[in-house]
Design a protein around this ligand. Sequence first.
Ligand code: COA
Length: 278
Amino acid sequence: MRAIRVSWTESALPGSGTSLPGGGTVTTEWLPIAQVRGDYAAAPSAYPAHYLAPAELPVLTRIAAPKRQVEWLAGRVAAKRLVCLVLERAGLTVRPGELAVLGNKPGSRAGKPELSWRTTALAGSVGRHAADISLAHTLRFAVCALAHSGRVGVDVEPLRGFSPALRRTVFTEHEVALAGTAFPAFDTRHRSAALWVVKEALLKAYGIGFAHGWGTARLRAADATAAVFDIALPAEADPGHRVSVRYGRVTDHIFAIASVASRPQDGHQQKGQLRAWD
Ligand SMILES: CC(C)(COP(=O)(O)OP(=O)(O)OC[C@H]1O[C@@H](n2cnc3c(N)ncnc32)[C@H](O)[C@@H]1OP(=O)(O)O)[C@@H](O)C(=O)NCCC(=O)NCCS
């Protein structure tokens, strides 16, 4: 277990290029799933052909459940709209199909999404604008967070109370007590949801998810501005120099965005980020 110190703050969902406390700049795209479902149903070939790269199309067709298919597609559409917009603002015109967003693990547990590009030249020129992305979806929304440097993780969930049984399953008593005081902006019945999204965002930024069950990340200490998590990071993983989290409420959902910044002199880039197909 590594002890990871996190600065955190409650805030609005960042739009374009919001700095996180302690380092990192993150941009987000927030997309209604119903919009993607409607557009996909109206043009079942043309819609994915517009957004997806050649390597992504067979992944979409292999997904059997229509609900999961739409969620997966919505994540890609959110990611591509965001990346293309950020690049356009930087003077680079890129079509969505020139960029692929695929998990870094084979099989059904796809792992952390990574960006790859049609050509080496493209991969080279976009690297400094789009270092890492993260995706999350609920029944209503797909969200993509883009980090301009370092690593990012995003989670979004419907804002709900956790039953006592669910709290006991996923948190320790110590965590429940800490969550009860560490998220003052939330109603007490929603503080478990706040801890949940913060953990998921952190574990996505590190690319591990709940790989070792609910104990993969445990909250050790917390106040309203900072926390310490014990996280089961792989031995070779970079814990980061500064870790920060922004969390808050959007409509009837709760989100968290985690940013893991390495020391500037490390020039850290997520492994495999700047892959090209050619
Ligand atoms: C990663 C994880 C936290 C995702 O949570 P979720 O509530 O299922 O789904 P969300 O909507 O929040 O996020 C889904 C996105 O997370 C991303 N993701 C998946 N694995 C990831 C990982 N290891 N690191 C970072 N991001 C990951 C994917 O982009 C996925 O979207 P996509 O499939 O459309 O590409 C969760 O699936 C997990 O912990 N998986 C790893 C191990 C596991 O499954 N353990 C069993 C539970 S004990």
